[in-house]
Design a protein around this ligand. Sequence first.
Ligand SMILES: NC(=O)c1ccc[n+]([C@@H]2O[C@H](COP(=O)([O-])OP(=O)(O)OC[C@H]3O[C@@H](n4cnc5c(N)ncnc54)[C@H](OP(=O)(O)O)[C@@H]3O)[C@@H](O)[C@H]2O)c1
Length: 235
Amino acid sequence: MTQANYAIIGGTSGIGFALAQKLVARGERVLIGGRNEQKLAQAQERLGPQASGRVVDITDRASLRIFFEGIEALSGLFTPAASYATGDFRDGDSATSEGLFQAKFWAQYWAVYEALPHLSDTASVVLMSGAASARPIGAPAYAACNAALEGLARGLAVELRPIRVNCLSPGTTDSELWRNREAAQRDAAYDYWNNVTLVQRPGTVEEQADAALFLLENKNMTGSTLYCDGGYTLK
Ligand SMILES: NC(=O)c1ccc[n+]([C@@H]2O[C@H](COP(=O)([O-])OP(=O)(O)OC[C@H]3O[C@@H](n4cnc5c(N)ncnc54)[C@H](OP(=O)(O)O)[C@@H]3O)[C@@H](O)[C@H]2O)c1
């Protein structure tokens, strides 16, 4: 029997894993999910006995249903899992437009739907968008997808109350997502980021996890989007 207070879909690396570490350090029991079984086992081992893990693909509703099976009265859900590509409008590519929405927007939409019977009345849900919602760098479908997630948090907050629903909107963050890319691509992205933010550096996964934790815990926060982006949306 798996027991958990918090579920994190996309909890095996990056921001999701950093949040899992913080929750475990507070004595919470955390269920983490990701697609890769080996990565899941390694993450679980690093987190210790308070963590359990299940393989899940957030884009697959049947997989989501199995992920939550037997889990009761969750206090919190975080859904940073997403794998997608972005591109220009003029490319006319459905993978970077409709496919992106499937991977990031509809995935989180159905994750909350499948989680609902397993959430306590006082639960808190944190969705994941990205600061391109407010300040696009091009890739208009990516801007729209993130803005849609922020709208979804507002709509869900109204319909699902007293369950609270918020959205975390990060800027570029030094996580495995970037570390697994070519050094030249990563360095170019970080250099760009240093120039377009007030803090002049990428965020850390710990900073993003702190922001997610705030949204999970602060009982006056619902329907909000928290931009943890080093001032990107202002500069
Ligand atoms: N890092 C940034 O600069 C940044 C900036 C803005 C927004 N974001 C948002 O934050 C999200 C998380 O970023 P991160 O930096 O923490 O990335 P990360 O280190 O790559 O972590 C992504 C996590 O999600 C899981 N995952 C990916 N696709 C999945 C799927 N279809 N089903 C289930 N699990 C899946 C991954 O495990 P598996 O691969 O094993 O499935 C992993 O656990 C991003 O996807 C993005 O939407 C990040």
